[in-house]
Design a protein around this ligand. Structure first.
Ligand code: KG4
Ligand code: ZN
Length: 350
């Protein structure tokens, strides 16, 4: 039977915007039946960052096995899927095209609806996902504020409902995750560096070095991390790459500078708009100091913080299926023949 928008229940999601090839099956936009993520980190590590051509090729090799595995783990076949959601953008164009073309081929041959999803917005929708290990996601009232912090994005949003998401401000230069990755590279800590810095920082003195914070007082919802990155570079040039406790202190001091700004600006925007709930999403939302500082500071101001569960912070396809479901419920759908990937947000359909 051809699925109509009215009877959509189970959505297959595909994600190939950067360096993770992922597929997932999600029921009613919340219940994760399967979520498979294949990281390309081993492919890119030796280059210290994502190489777009290698990413596209790895997606091409990985996407169909990921779809097969996601369907198997969900104990279903393509016949049980009501619609296909795919990351339309933003991201690396060659990488996005692999997901979009695969989704189009699946939608065309099965005659099922297809919906293109904004990857950054999907990071926010991830807060509604649940699975057997995380059966009761928090009840979050609308509107709420969302901080999305990843390797490619750092932005604050006002979320009026799952598909009405307004950008309030963003980074003017590097994303927070990018700053982590570049600083880690300078210190020879490998790629990606966020998690390594986070781990080292946990036993470091965060007051050891006073790194600069870009408050941008006339742009209170915007961020800038390039000055901080340069400051770490200058420090390393002057004193060399530290070892042992000094390395931990440097990581902790850098991390404090990043999280101080992220927390303060997010909570300021929340208070100013008279909103009580904050979601933190994206790969950097896995950061231990960001989570603890945000929760502690929010409590003082009687605000509620909802961090996305760790496994849905970094790129995954369950969040794509979840936002796709919400869009389909509201009657949105793409044309399978004309739909295209878009590297930039302004090129997306929704
Ligand atoms: O959301 P994501 O998987 O991919 C993008 O859409 O960019 O985010 C990846 C980013 C990387 O920059 C990585 O270093 C960072 O998230 N990251 C962290 C942590 N875990 C991952 N940054 C700080 N602390 C962490 N624990
Ligand atoms: Zn992402």
């Amino acid at each position: 039977m051809k699925s109509t928008i009215a009877n959509i229940d189970v959505v297959l999601g595909l994600e190939t915007s950067c360096d993770e090839t992922a597929a997932a099956v999600v029921r009613k936009g919340t219940q994760v039946l399967s979520s498979i993520v294949s990281s390309q980190v081993p492919v890119h590590r030796q280059y210290g960052g994502v190489v777009p051509e290698l990413a596209s090729r790895a997606h091409l090799e990985g996407i169909l096995p990921m779809v097969t595995m996601a369907l198997e783990r969900a104990h279903c076949t393509l016949d049980d899927i009501d619609a296909i959601a795919v990351t339309q953008g933003p991201g690396l164009i060659g990488a996005l095209m692999v997901g979009v073309q695969t989704a189009k081929a699946l939608a065309y041959t099965t005659q099922k609806p297809i919906i293109g999803v904004n990857h950054v917005q999907a990071h926010i929708t991830a807060i509604h996902l649940r699975d057997p290990d995380f059966p009761n996601p928090p009840e979050i009232s609308y509107p709420h504020i969302a901080l999305v912090v990843s390797g490619g994005h750092t932005a604050i949003y006002r979320v009026d409902d799952p598909v009405s998401i307004e950008n309030l401000g963003q980074t003017l230069d590097d994303a927070a995750g990018e700053a982590y990755d570049k600083v880690a590279k300078m210190m020879g800590l490998g790629y990606p560096g966020g998690r390594v810095i986070d781990e080292l920082a946990q036993n470091g003195n965060k007051e050891a070095i006073e790194f600069p914070r870009a408050w941008l007082s006339n742009r209170p919802n915007d961020f800038s991390f390039s000055g901080l990155k340069t400051s770490v570079k200058t420090h390393l040039k002057k004193y060399g790459v530290p070892e042992g406790q000094d390395l931990k202190d440097l990581c902790a001091s850098f991390q404090e500078a990043v999280t101080h700004v992220l927390v303060k600006k997010t909570l300021r925007a929340t208070k100013e708009l008279g909103i009580a709930d904050v979601v933190i999403a994206g790969g950097v939302a896995a950061n231990s100091r960001l989570r603890s500082r945000m929760i502690e500071r929010a409590k003082r101001q009687r605000l509620r913080v909802h961090p996305v569960p760790l496994r849905y912070c970094s790129d995954n396809a369950a969040m794509i299926a979840a936002l796709g479901y919400q869009l389909l419920q509201r009657g949105r759908q793409n044309d399978v023949l004309t739909m295209d990937a878009g590297a930039k947000i302004k090129e997306l359909d929704s």
